[in-house]
Design a protein around this ligand. Structure first.
Ligand code: G3P
Ligand code: MG
Length: 250
């Protein structure tokens, strides 16, 4: 079971910042999950919300800000009591760094509300520029983005269908992903059940679950044999998984 640091080590550091990414690697995460948007002047950037208001000292939508405007903001606003200022990373800055790391990156294409028409092709071009083709997977709540990505990327690149609690693929997620050409199903931890796990396995669809921050969920998902989890505290599942390995040797 692979552990992905959700928005980096976001339980202890400002989410989706280089600081949170570096610290996730420090605690031995297998992977990092991040979210990609596009600025007004077409630069790919790493940020969760469409707006900068919650996480930075700025205001407005990313698609209405230039990259220069975005870079003047402090992305560590919520952690000002603990850390100095951090910038919203350019996706390119992340890729340049990730090329030197032994980690997998789940790139979530954030086209849920605002559609950035060329985001799939631009994201893939950046991956190719930094030779990350074999070290990534893509996901999106907007499955159309995964369908567009499928037309661009080689077959070995995993594509994940993200679903929310209330909506999404409630039944036959494995059959759905297989038919659509996606290789992974990304449900919320609360939405997963025996039947859906079985359906994914029957159709050869990998399951990566978000966001796993408690032990009960971790144990349940491990017993199900899911492929990956996204956690805000990657050090905890990593330590727990290492302990399971030790126990099974005894
Ligand atoms: O990709 C898993 C998770 O990140 C999906 O939800 O809202 O944190 O992007 P969100
Ligand atoms: Mg995400």
């Amino acid at each position: 079971m692979r552990v992905f640091a959700h928005r980096g080590y976001s339980g202890k550091y400002p989410e989706n910042t280089m600081l949170a990414f570096r610290e996730a690697v420090e605690v031995g995460t297998d992977g990092i999950e991040l979210d990609v948007h596009e600025t007004k002047d077409g630069v790919l950037v790493v940020h969760h919300d469409e707006r900068v208001d919650r996480t930075t000292d700025g205001t407005g939508r990313i698609c209405d800000l230039t990259f220069e405007e975005l870079r003047s903001l402090n992305a560590a606003k919520l952690w000002a009591h603990k850390y100095g200022p951090e910038k919203v990373p350019a996706f390119e800055e992340y890729c340049e760094w990730a090329a030197e790391q032994s980690i997998v990156t789940n790139i979530e294409i954030k086209t849920d509300n605002t559609y950035y028409p060329d985001i799939e092709a631009k994201t893939w071009d950046m991956i190719v520029k930094y030779g990350l083709e074999r070290k990534i997977l893509f996901s999106s709540f907007n499955h159309f983005s995964m369908t567009r990505m499928k037309a661009i990327v080689p077959d070995y690149v995993d594509l994940g269908a993200l679903v929310e609690h209330e909506s999404g693929v409630k039944v036959f997620p494995g059959a759905y992903c297989r038919a659509a050409g996606y290789t992974c199903y990304h449900p919320p931890v609360a939405g997963l059940n025996d039947e859906n796990v079985r359906n994914c396995k029957e159709h050869g669809i990998k399951i990566n679950v978000w966001t796993v921050n408690d032990m009960d969920a971790l144990e349940r998902l491990y017993a199900w044999g899911v492929d990956g989890i996204f956690s805000n505290y990657p050090s905890i599942p990593k330590a727990w998984l290492a302990a399971q390995k030790d126990l099974s040797r005894k």
